[in-house]
Design a protein. Structure first.
Lengths: 327, 303, 703
């Protein structure tokens, strides 16, 4: 067991190292931090720019491999260097990770729980009105790109706010800066900010999970063990919930861990549209500002998140399903 | 067990005359078009294609023309979908975007599914080092944030090099399918008809292309269909940040990104492009879902 | 006569427009066992599920099923739930998929208790342990905490029985309860069922396709065909004086372990009709050898032919019944029918290229020692790693799948390799077919050592060595036409213009030329297996390896394929390595037989010797466990019940591998036992070519 885990961990470390190195090389070749200074007015002297770039290990006149070694030497110790304007990348990302987590947690939980319930209900009443309705709804939601959905929500919210003459939904940022009032007001303000992005994340998740869970549930509906449970004297409904849903839930739960991991970096659009300063937004910003070190750090974090998520989903699978548990 | 096993009774020859057996393709097509969902999806996608490629013949403006007498005008008899800030005709521009988006979606899907089929089946059939190498590459690509890499590389896609963009996108889309293909190949490899072919002396590569991949065709076709929508959606997200299809080419994603800024006071700049995109994705998803049912009628239970 | 516990009258089930069950009636009394027999698709499982109200919701059920006078057909889910598991319970065929994989076995049994009895959680768990003990599960307290996948097949079925008797039911419906099990385990489970019946006094409805099981276990029997009851009566009446040609045909087509080659198998031509396209008259008429024109006009009713004996056949009331007509027809035997069908015989078609290449059927075979060795296996070993866990895969041991076996096959000879699942017979076969260097030992095909073959030589050997697998549906690529399938070995070996050859091959196995354009799914099981045989013969091999070639087929079809194989072997001078778990089938086809247990050969020798005078205690137990479709004989036999399950091949017992279950070991003196524990017995010759791996083979045994 220990040997097995160790092999797996070593493989993970290698994957992360290769992925991050590739991302660094690519970013260092394609991005041009020097241009950030050249556009300034007055234009700083070349020597000053050079010196500053060199200090940040961003100077394109230093050979790529040399820059990589410097960067990698620090990265191995957990220090991902500085952003192009001198902040520590680690601090920056830590702050943003908090923002993203606060953003996606509710959306993912709501989305998966809602989706699983919808899907299970739809499967039990296959071809009934509820099944048809939820299927149509899921197809429509799945066809709407996040960009469009988020913007639709904003348009709708602004229309509603105008109609009611009150700021029910706030469409930008995580909190209103400089808000007066006690903790209660602060919490309400946060909720108002959180509502729309949560809906935008959750809707898509509900659609995905409901389709997925419906199929899983349909697979167990005809399973022999449901028949056995009914042969014991359980009512159909009881048999379906107690034996069917419990078994059909395993894939959804393992999928949950995976979505969460990928959304840590993948909520780019929601964050950008709603002005949350999270990981995803930083990903776009760092490319726009030619911030090589941040790009590499995000790549590393994304790789880590994906691998941890897959490990977590495997562990969950083993916990929930005795068939794959270590014997 | 609950329904009579068809295989035992299907072969009974009722009459001595030769029974014409319909080909599998025909059966699948009949099942596909037998559902409302399949017909709807096919109809929607066909009309989107027709509109995108034949529509410009109807419109009176070309996508590159600018009407200097109409900036940001709502839909009218002259400009059916209105105009943009620059004076471009929204109808013409939307069709042009739709053409590019459809093409990108199709190409990416075909490419990535093809790679997935070959990589997955070879890994699953040969196992050993072939498997370890191919699956390690797949893991690496899964671990690399595709969005980030594509975004960094976006300057390379300017000047009409959108095909490069297609290839890069396909490169980041094949891994999950290839893992499924690998798993199924391992199962098929244990099937007796593959073992039988092996013991007959049929070479491995011939077995893969004659027995393994054809028997995964249903999975691959469905996967390719769903990859069309995945590719279009990814391109849209990238375009929203300006990392997608680069000028002078235009995609629906780019139009939506521009339109979103003016959507509040000039809805026509946003809704037509968004609507076209939604219809395309909806159609493709409906087709994919119906195809899955058509290939695997066992999945459709009940009456 | 007491009132029946369960009375079914005129039960009909339809799925959409397809009538799967068409008016079946039966009744069972307390303590009685009713056997329901028939081939797959006959509607026997559907009938019982309809009684339980467990059919999918789109099934339409009509007629009546009364349990103690309460109508079950059309009852609501709530009413049915009150009966199910309490007064009527069910044991399903596949106990692995019939148990919820994520709950512990004990909890699932306790649930059955708690549904109908107002007892606490702890008391129900106690009861579950008692029930597991009752059905003979060792260490029941520990085993109750295991998950279904941790149980062996036999233990799972015991647990299912425990669940079924948890509330002391009045009727137990058993749907093919032993079909998925090996014969020695089947014997154990049937014993448990008998015990369960004693405990509960319940009526049992036993659904099976195995006539032997019915002969030994049931009091009365109901034969089903195409959704109808075609014959019913007391077991002795139906087995000894069958009145319906289908029953007669079924009984004559079953290979029996107590008769050898001298009693030929009589196959029933064709296959059962599709429930969607039934003939207007008697459903068996198209296949019936004694049909008269009136049979095609209307479906005959199930009418009494003797007290308590009913049959649905127009000719059943003729003096002597249909059996007489049956016998009259068969005076020439099946061989005659084969000859008559193909002028020139298959040999002509086969030897199209090399005239006279085939051995003439009539010439007497030279003695065994003078014939050439086609396959020689010596001390063959195959170990593979044992891994645990699907997510966290790791190696936990080594499976000794094949652990040093040796045998040889001479020209024109059939060697049957028998044993229960897990004994390593299929692994051994695969190792031979790989034509590669074995992990240990030596394999020589046609005198050539496989360890030293070059790729070109290996390809040449493949021409002469072909294989037929168990499940013809799985061994034929579903997307290819029959022509492409049969032509595949030809093209792989550089053949061109395959058309005429494929046509000849199809004729050889009794298929039509026009079948070449069809797909495997358009054929019945028996026809598919014929396609697989045609493919194996395409390259004119000298040795054919057959892996359970008839075990996936229905009994009535099995006989046709066995006869075909026998016929081809004789006419074409083929040698067979015939791997099977069914001892009766092997007795019919093999010249010599090797019995395997846990990766070793226990006994090997001429078929007559091994079956008539088995020397190894395992062979004796195995043979005694095979049910014989003859109620008289079956009930008089003494059965040697083996204890427990097959030990894990990853951790075989020291010394003799069979000693942990050996009935002889138990009666031996301590000194003699020590030898079994310490010393692994080698296969040693007894007389002639009969050899056995037992230290104490000569001493009197328990039978």
């Amino acid at each position: 067991m220990a040997g097995f885990l160790l092999r797996r961990l070593v493989n993970y470390v290698v994957l992360i190292a290769v992925a991050t190195s590739l991302a660094y090389m690519l970013a260092a070749t394609a991005l041009d931090p020097r241009s950030n200074y050249e556009g300034r007015n007055p234009r700083p002297p070349a020597a000053v720019v050079d010196a500053r770039l060199s200090r940040l290990n961003l100077n394109d006149r230093t050979p790529l491999f040399e820059r990589y070694l410097t960067w990698a030497g620090a990265a191995v110790r957990g220090d991902f260097g500085r952003t192009w304007n001198g902040d520590r990348v680690n601090d920056d990302l830590a702050r943003r990770l908090g923002v993203t987590s606060r953003l996606i947690l509710l959306g993912v939980v709501l989305g998966s729980v809602g989706g699983v319930l919808l899907g299970a209900l739809a499967a039990v009443g296959q071809y009934g009105w509820f099944d048809r309705l939820s299927t149509v709804a899921a197809f429509v939601v799945l066809a709407i790109p996040t960009v469009v959905l988020a913007n639709m929500l904003i348009i709708g919210a602004i229309w509603l706010n105008d109609r009611l003459g009150a700021q029910i939904f706030l469409v930008s940022g995580e909190v209103t800066p400089g808000l007066a009032g006690g903790a209660g007001a602060g919490l309400l303000d946060r909720a108002k900010h959180l509502a729309l992005p949560t809906v935008s994340l959750a809707l898509g998740q509900v659609a995905v999970y409901s389709r997925y869970q419906r199929n899983m549930m349909l697979d167990v509906l005809d399973a022999d063990f449901i028949r056995t449970a009914m042969a014991k004297g359980l009512r159909r409904r009881t048999a379906l919930v107690k034996h069917g849903l419990r078994t059909a839930l395993i894939p959804a739960v393992t999928y949950f861990a995976f979505t969460f991991g990928s959304l840590l970096v993948g909520a780019t659009i929601t964050e950008s549209v709603f002005g949350w300063h999270g990981m995803g937004e930083e990903l776009v910003a760092s490319i726009r500002t030619n911030d090589v070190n941040t790009v590499a750090a995000i790549a590393c974090f994304a790789a880590l998140a994906v691998l941890l998520a897959s490990l977590a989903s495997d562990l969950l699978h083993a916990v929930l399903d005795p068939r794959v548990r270590v014997g | 067990m609950l329904t009579p096993p068809r295989e035992e009774t299907a072969g009974v020859r009722a009459a001595p005359g030769r029974v014409r057996v319909p080909s599998r393709g025909r059966v699948v097509a009949a099942r596909f078009f037998g559902t409302r969902q399949g017909r709807l999806g096919f109809g929607l996608l066909a009309s989107m294609f027709l509109l995108a490629f034949a529509g410009p013949l109807l419109g009176r403006w070309s996508a590159t023309e600018l009407d200097f007498s109409a900036f940001m005008r709502p839909p009218s008899a002259d400009h059916w979908f209105g105009t943009l800030q620059t004076g471009s005709d929204v109808f013409a521009v939307t069709l042009r975007g739709a053409r590019r988006s459809l093409l990108v979606g199709l190409l990416v899907a075909v490419l990535s599914t093809g790679v997935a089929a070959v990589a997955g089946s070879f890994a699953g059939y040969y196992l050993g080092w072939t498997d370890r190498t191919l699956m390690w590459v797949a893991d690496l690509l899964l671990v690399l944030p595709a969005f980030l890499i594509l975004a960094i590389m976006s300057p390379l896609f300017t000047g009409g090099r959108w095909l490069l963009f297609v290839i890069m996108m396909a490169l980041f889309l094949w891994m999950v399918t290839s893992k499924i293909v690998r798993g199924m190949t391992r199962a098929i490899k244990e099937r007796e008809y593959v073992t039988a072919a092996r013991f007959m002396g049929v070479p491995s590569s011939a077995i893969i292309f004659r027995h393994v991949i054809p028997n995964l065709a249903s999975l691959l076709i469905v996967d390719a269909t769903l990859n069309v929508s995945a590719a279009i959606l990814t391109e849209t997200s990238l375009s929203y940040f300006g990392f997608g299809i680069q000028p002078p080419d235009v995609s629906l994603g780019g139009l939506i990104a521009d339109g979103a800024r003016t959507a509040l006071y000039a809805p026509w700049t946003f809704w037509f492009a968004a609507g076209a995109l939604i219809v395309v994705i909806l159609a493709v998803n409906l087709i994919g879902d119906s195809l899955r049912d058509a290939f695997d009628p066992g999945a459709r239970r009940g009456p | 006569m007491s009132a029946p516990v369960l009375a079914v009258t005129g039960l009909e089930v339809r799925f959409g427009d397809v009538r799967v069950v068409r008016g079946v009636s039966y009744s069972v009394e307390a303590g009685e066992v009713l056997g329901v027999v028939g081939e797959s698709g006959a509607g026997k499982s559907v009938t019982s599920l309809a009684v339980m109200g467990l059919l999918p919701r789109h099934a339409r059920v009509a007629g009546s099923a009364r349990l103690h006078g309460h109508e079950l057909v059309g009852a609501s889910d709530r009413e049915l739930a009150a009966f199910r598991g309490k007064s009527i319970s069910m044991v399903f065929q596949d106990p692995l998929s019939a148990m919820t994989p994520v709950y512990r076995v004990g909890d699932q049994i306790a649930e059955a208790v708690r549904v109908h009895q107002r007892v606490g959680r702890g008391r129900a768990a106690e009861r579950a342990v008692e029930l597991l003990d009752l059905v003979g599960i060792p260490h029941p307290r520990r085993r109750a905490r295991a998950f279904p996948h941790e149980f062996s097949g036999g233990m799972r079925q015991r647990a299912m029985i425990a669940m079924a008797i948890a509330n002391d039911p009045d009727v137990i419906i058993c749907d093919e309860p032993t079909t998925a099990l090996d014969v020695t385990i089947q014997a154990q489970v049937l014993e448990v069922l008998k015990k369960a019946q004693c405990e509960t006094g319940a009526a049992i409805v036993l659904i099976t396709h195995d006539l032997g099981v019915v002969a030994g276990f049931a009091d009365r029997v109901l034969v089903m065909y195409a959704g109808l009851a075609v014959e019913s009566g007391a077991v002795r009446d139906v087995f000894h004086r069958p009145r319906m040609p289908y029953t007669i045909g079924l009984l004559r087509s079953v290979p029996r372990v107590d008769t050898g080659k001298d009693v030929p198998l009589v196959p029933i031509e064709g296959g059962p009709p599709s429930p969607a396209a039934l003939p207007p008259g008697c459903p068996f008429e198209p296949r019936c050898p004694v049909a008269i024109p009136e049979c095609a006009a209307a479906e005959p009713a199930l009418l009494p032919v003797a007290p308590g004996h009913h049959a649905a056949c127009l000719r059943s009331r003729e003096p002597g019944g249909p059996a007489l007509a049956y016998d009259a027809r068969e005076s020439g035997g099946p061989a005659l029918a084969y000859d008559a069908r193909e002028p020139g015989g298959p040999a002509l078609a086969y030897g199209g290229r090399e005239t006279g290449g085939a051995v003439p059927a009539s010439s007497p075979r030279p003695p065994r020692e003078r014939r050439a060795v086609v396959l020689e296996v010596d001390d063959l070993v195959k170990h593979h790693p044992l891994t645990r866990g699907a997510v966290f895969r790791r190696r936990v041991g080594t499976v000794h799948a094949v652990d040093g076996i040796g045998f040889d096959i001479r020209e024109g000879e059939t060697l049957g390799l028998v044993g229960e699942s897990g004994c390593g017979k299929t692994t051994a076969l695969m190792e031979i077919l790989e034509l590669a260097r074995p992990q240990r030992g030596r394999v020589a095909v046609f005198g050539r050592d496989t360890a030293t073959l070059s790729p070109r030589e290996r390809m040449a050997v493949r021409r002469d060595l072909q294989v037929v697998f168990q499940d013809p549906l799985a061994s034929l690529d579903p997307r290819m036409t029959v022509h492409d399938i049969v032509a595949e070995p030809l093209t792989a070996h550089g053949g061109r213009d395959t058309g005429p050859r494929v046509r000849r091959l199809l004729g050889l196995v009794g298929l039509e030329e026009s079948d070449a354009a069809r797909h495997p799914r358009d054929f019945s099981g028996g026809q598919r297996q014929r396609v697989a045989i045609a493919r194996a013969l395409a390259l004119e091999p000298r040795l054919l390896v057959l892996d359970e070639p008839v075990s996936a087929l229905d009994t009535s079809v099995q006989a046709g394929v066995i006869n075909l194989l026998e016929d081809l072997g004789r006419r074409l001078g083929l040698s067979y390595l015939f791997v099977a778990h069914d001892l009766a089938v092997v007795r019919h086809i093999a010249d010599r037989v090797a019995v395997m247990y846990l990766g070793r050969i226990a006994e090997i020798g001429g078929t007559g010797l091994v079956y008539e005078a088995p020397a190894h205690p395992y062979t004796q137990a195995l043979l005694s466990a095979v049910p014989i479709p003859d109620p008289g004989k079956e009930r008089e036999r003494r059965r040697i019940l083996l204890e427990g399950d097959l030990p894990s091949p990853a951790n075989p017992p020291s010394g003799c591998r069979f000693r942990t279950r050996c009935p002889k070991f138990r009666i031996l003196a301590d000194a003699a036992r020590a030898r079994c524990v310490q010393e692994e017995p080698e296969v040693r010759p007894l007389e002639g070519d009969h050899a056995v791996a037992c230290h104490h083979a000569e001493e009197p045994g328990v039978v």
